[in-house]
Design a protein around this ligand. Structure first.
Ligand SMILES: CC(C)(COP(=O)(O)OP(=O)(O)OC[C@H]1O[C@@H](n2cnc3c(N)ncnc32)[C@H](O)[C@@H]1OP(=O)(O)O)[C@@H](O)C(=O)NCCC(=O)NCCS
Length: 183
């Protein structure tokens, strides 16, 4: 598979990351710059950007490490939550808190490749990972397809989680996958 140009985000990517956030998500669920910076500083290896030939970020994926005790507290998924409250440096579950690619790059397979190659990079770097978890709106069919094709399955729904932005289905879907030994 063609290897994309993916690297850890740097402080000077932040303005571009905020543009991608604005392009990718409804205003009511966009994260603040301070939240993004905190994520980058607290778990630098988990904040990745997809870059073009000019090293400009055309997508980002950010993540945290969670304990595997299965305590799925709704507050851990909340917009604006502080990564310092949820991230555990020895956690075995990769929680993918957000992912997007710039609008002009969508629809040609890039989102799926970026997601899968990012997860692969993180698994290679973080030997303790045993699985991964994420949350998405029931209305985000493109993202759902990517996660399903990457081995994630639905484990729970949070009713009306996306009430502020939904047009027909406000539920959040929580999806999870277990990693096999093979990377
Ligand atoms: C989700 C997102 C990253 C997908 O990026 P993309 O480059 O368009 O995705 P791809 O082209 O790789 O598409 C992956 C698959 O989903 C399918 N797909 C894409 N958009 C779709 C849609 N709106 N409805 C149904 N299927 C869709 C594609 O056909 C493709 O399927 P295939 O692999 O069987 O051909 C991009 O749309 C985005 O940034 N959206 C805004 C932010 C967002 O929703 N992030 C997810 C947060 S959980």
């Amino acid at each position: 598979m063609h290897k994309l140009n993916i690297r850890a985000a740097r402080h000077d990517d932040i303005d571009r990351i905020m543009e991608l956030e604005d392009d990718g998500f409804h205003q009511r669920i966009q994260e603040d710059k301070s939240v993004m910076l905190e994520r980058m500083q607290h778990f630098p290896a988990g904040f990745l950007v997809l870059v073009n030939d000019s090293d400009l970020a055309t997508g980002y994926l950010c993540s945290e490490l969670w304990d595997s005790d299965g305590s799925l507290q709704e507050s851990a998924f909340a917009l604006g939550h502080d990564i310092k409250d949820t991230h555990r440096s020895n956690g075995s579950q990769l929680y993918i808190s957000s992912m997007t690619v710039a609008r002009e790059y969508r629809g040609s397979g890039l989102g799926k490749k970026f997601f899968q190659q990012s997860v692969h990079m993180l698994r290679t770097e973080l030997a303790q990972l045993r699985g991964s978890i994420l949350l998405l709106s029931a209305e985000w069919t493109g993202a759902h397809k990517i996660y399903q094709d990457s081995g994630y399955t639905e484990i729970a729904r949070l009713k009306d989680f996306f009430a502020a932005i939904a047009t027909h289905d406000a539920d959040a879907i929580i999806m999870q996958t277990q990693f096999s030994e093979q990377r």
